[in-house]
Design a protein around this ligand. Structure first.
Ligand code: LLP
Length: 388
């Protein structure tokens, strides 16, 4: 819920922009940290969700590690103060240049996604006279019951190695003198709201952790990935994810052997609720069949609705200030200015009757929002405004 003061402040900035509530970010991070500390769990922040400098500073200041998926994310994490022994480099397509840079920075671990990648890291580490820590990303074939575009843990997905390939992985590891297997890694998908999916993940991790122990490997890290979902429908009432319930599932169902650490890679749940995309109404187009609100933000600023049919709550902040019991409500298709028919945030959104210049908030946009912005149609870089 935006206060009158905040709305007045937002009115003075040029739209479109992302508005960050840094207090909410802080509260979210502290809630997560407290819940994780209860079980001695290690949290790595998935930078891909949002690498806005203020967000990164806030996250590193609570002591989380960094989960990176490109050489530039690895560099950014270190630049923003994440400790290099808490930096993990994942991703299905790491280039030699990226691997070499990460080796030079002595990061904590590479999450490796194929046998061939093991061989490449072994060679590159050897050439530098180094030994690289690796964790094997295993595809657990657990259905996350989330949108199929953001499901990752099924055999049909490109990520990780499949269970039937593990004997080959074990053989390769025994023959790679420059690799040190420290962990097994999993990630079943994103925006997961049914915690049972994580219970099923625990069962698979337990079996695979036993298998590696039987093979004589000392698995120090059980990395169970990220994926905890947030409430896109009630961004005010339910603005901090239930971290306590999430970690409790792992405490109840994951078998942790002596000396093992449990690592998490959370992205969305840490940052989604702390930002909204703020846009202005450029034009109101009333038709016979449809009414359109044309905003000055579109798929170039927030692509989630167009790419994943994702729901984001849409509010007219200007009318919120003056809404009375007599206010008229109208259904609008809320669209952007981009030359694509899919450039629509949502159809048939019920809003107070809106006029040119009204300020619109598209909520829960802190994760996979600003980072997925593009310059399509030669659009300007989207700006950020902060609560303090
Ligand atoms: N670890 C790995 C290996 C991942 O691939 C991801 C996200 C995460 C951790 C963090 O997951 P989270 O806690 O944020 O769910 N752009 C899509 C989401 C893509 C997620 C990619 N991987 C969206 O806007 O919904």
């Amino acid at each position: 819920m935006f206060t009158q003061d905040t709305i007045n402040r937002l009115k003075s900035a040029e739209t479109p922009f992302y508005y960050y509530d840094l207090q909410l970010l802080d509260d979210t991070l502290k809630t997560c940290r407290t819940a994780a500390d209860q079980y001695g769990y290690h949290v790595h922040y998935a930078l891909k969700a949002n690498f806005n400098p203020k967000v990164l500073q806030a996250i590193q200041s609570v002591g989380f590690g960094a989960d990176c998926v490109s050489g530039n994310e690895v560099k950014a994490s270190i630049q923003y103060g994440f400790s290099k022994d808490k930096v993990v480099f994942a991703g299905v397509g790491k280039t030699d240049r990226e691997i070499n840079a990460a080796l030079d920075l002595d990061i904590f671990c590479f999450n490796v996604e194929s046998v061939q990648e093991l061989l490449v890291i072994n060679d590159l580490a050897g050439a530098k006279g180094k030994k690289a820590n690796v964790a094997i990303r295993i595809n657990p074939n657990v259905d996350a019951h989330t949108h199929h575009f953001i499901t990752t843990g099924l055999e049909e997905n490109k990520f990780g190695v499949n269970v039937w390939q593990l004997p080959d992985v074990a053989f390769t590891l025994r023959n790679c003198a420059n690799l040190n297997l420290i962990g097994i890694h999993f990630h079943i998908g994103s925006q997961i709201t049914d915690l049972d999916a994580f219970k099923n993940l625990c069962t698979r991790v337990n079996e695979l952790s036993d298998w590696f122990a039987e093979q004589g490997f000392n698995i120090k890290v059980l990395n169970v990935g990220g994926g905890l979902g947030v409430n896109y429908h009630s961004p005010d009432e339910d603005n901090i994810a239930n971290f306590a319930a999430y970690f409790k599932v792992f405490n109840d169902f994951l078998q942790v052997k002596a000396g093992q650490e449990v690592h998490f890679e959370l992205g969305r749940a840490l940052v989604a609720q702390c930002a909204s995309l703020i846009a202005s109404v450029l034009y109101v187009k009333n038709g016979k069949k449809k009414n359109f609100l044309v905003l000055d933000a579109g798929m170039t600023e927030l692509i989630r609705p167009m790419l994943y049919q994702a729901y984001h709550q849409i509010e007219n902040l200007s009318q919120q200030l003056i809404t009375t019991h007599n206010s008229q409500f109208t259904n609008y298709d809320v669209v952007g200015p981009i030359c694509e028919s899919t450039d629509c945030f949502r159809k048939d959104v019920e809003l107070p009757e809106s006029v040119r210049g009204d300020l619109i908030a598209i909520r829960t946009a802190g994760a996979y929002g600003e980072v997925m912005a593009s310059h399509y149609n030669l659009r300007d870089q989207v700006q950020s405004v902060y609560s303090e």
